[in-house]
Design a protein around this ligand. Structure first.
Ligand code: SF4
Length: 406
């Protein structure tokens, strides 16, 4: 015989109702101005409320509607009942002696993704701090030198999970000594991240709408107000989406190139088989020249230096010829080996010789400084735990076992 009383049943029903309500709350984090205006219209409020709430969330770091004091009490109550501002859950954070910071987030579904903040060498002078943001859980593209690619792909991140990485990085400067967000002094809130690169886990152009919406918030004067030169999207070459991007938003563009000819790039960056170099360079020229041609732009070419693979003098001359006519800055990235990686890092002498050839050909060429060594934080080396839907992770583990058995 059941011993559950009517009162207990009623209490359980109430708690279920509350749980359902909590689940049904709309997360306002990551909504663009237009989406938030529509949201306020849908709950019978004036669309200008969107601007007020965006300012509270991104310029003051406020997630509690009760603290949004220029909203009426009735609107605050309505929002508390129907909505929330919820950044992704930080399960681990690590701060390096050189100022680099890394966060591991657990996103919906239990997978882990990483975000890294890297201060410039001279950040004490210009305060530049660059955040490398992930756009997907894992990556479907399987570039042969990339540890993220070896983990396979699970899913796209939501806009809240993307812009939330920036929100958390800024909050970290306020909350280091506090255990909860409630302890943060929002009146003293100051956004610290000065530059963003969409260059972490995933191919951002394959998660287009949430990425572009998040970048719009980064540029918006009501939200983060970053300059368009300080927000960079890095793509491995999803050519049709590059044309779409040129129409939709004006941000800096970086291309993960890594090889100066199709044969080698097909091996290192397999999406090249679908969109070969001629199409990729044409799309990059369109991005620079055809959209807003009065605005002087260039693309950044990312080139990872792999010993004996893509780092010869001949490759450097071939690269200079390929990029002729495309305003570019070339960033050479010393390879950061991961366990069982099939490549080695080029020597410093080789990297400098490669760089000299490009400089003599008239290109601005930089060599990325490795930062955050003690927390393994180089961009493009972000790892996490991905519930791989592509079985690539299992194949990679098997190939390691096969190699060890030889
Ligand atoms: S380099 Fe970028 S596009 Fe290629 S597998 Fe890694 S995360 Fe994906």
């Amino acid at each position: 015989m059941s011993t559950i009383t009517t009162a207990q049943n009623s209490a359980r029903a109430n708690s279920i109702t509350l749980l359902d309500e909590a689940k049904a709350k709309t997360n306002l984090l990551g909504m663009t101005q237009a989406q938030l205006s529509d949201y306020f219209k849908s709950i019978g409020e004036k669309p200008f409320r969107a601007t007020q709430v965006i300012k509270w969330i991104y310029q003051h770091g406020v997630t509690d509607f009760e603290q949004m004091t220029n909203l009426s009490k009735s609107l605050r109550d309505k929002l508390m009942f129907n909505a929330c501002v919820t950044p992704p859950k930080v399960i681990h954070r690590q701060y390096s002696d050189d100022g680099t910071r890394k966060w591991v987030f657990e996103v919906t579904g239990g997978s882990l993704v990483e975000t890294v903040l890297i201060p410039a060498d001279d950040s004490k002078v210009d305060g530049r701090k660059t955040l490398c943001i992930s756009s997907q859980v894992g990556c479907a593209l399987d570039c042969s030198f990339c540890s993220t690619g070896k983990q396979g792909f699970e899913r796209d991140l939501s806009a809240a999970e993307i812009i939330g990485q920036l929100w958390v990085a800024n909050a970290s400067y306020m909350s280091d000594d506090n255990d909860s967000l409630a302890d943060i002094d929002h009146s003293a809130w100051e956004n610290k991240v000065t530059n963003v690169v969409m260059m972490g886990m995933g191919e951002p152009l394959l998660n287009y709408d949430p990425v572009v919406g998040s970048m719009a918030l980064m540029l918006s004067d009501h939200a983060y107000g970053l300059s368009k030169r300080r927000v960079t999207l890095s793509t491995s070459g999803v050519v049709p989406k590059m044309y779409e991007l040129a129409q939709d938003i004006d941000v800096a563009l970086a291309i993960s190139l890594h090889a100066p000819n199709d044969e080698l790039r097909n091996e290192l960056v397999p999406i090249n088989k679908k969109y070969p170099l001629a199409e990729l360079i044409a799309a990059a020229k369109h991005y620079v020249y055809d959209v807003n041609p009065r605005h002087k732009k260039h693309v950044t070419i990312e080139y990872v230096m792999l010993d004996g693979v893509n780092d010869s003098d001949a490759h450097a001359y071939e690269l200079a010829a390929l990029l002729e006519g495309l305003p570019s800055k070339i960033n050479l990235i010393p390879f950061n080996p991961f366990p069982h990686a099939p490549y080695d890092k080029s020597s410093n002498n080789r990297i400098h010789a490669f760089s000299n050839i490009l400089s003599q050909a008239g290109f601005v060429c930089t060599i990325r400084q490795t930062r955050g060594d003690d927390i393994d934080a180089a961009c493009g080396q972000l790892v996490g735990q991905v519930a791989d839907r592509t079985r690539r992770s299992a194949k990679w583990q098997q190939s390691i076992k096969d190699r060890s058995a030889i």
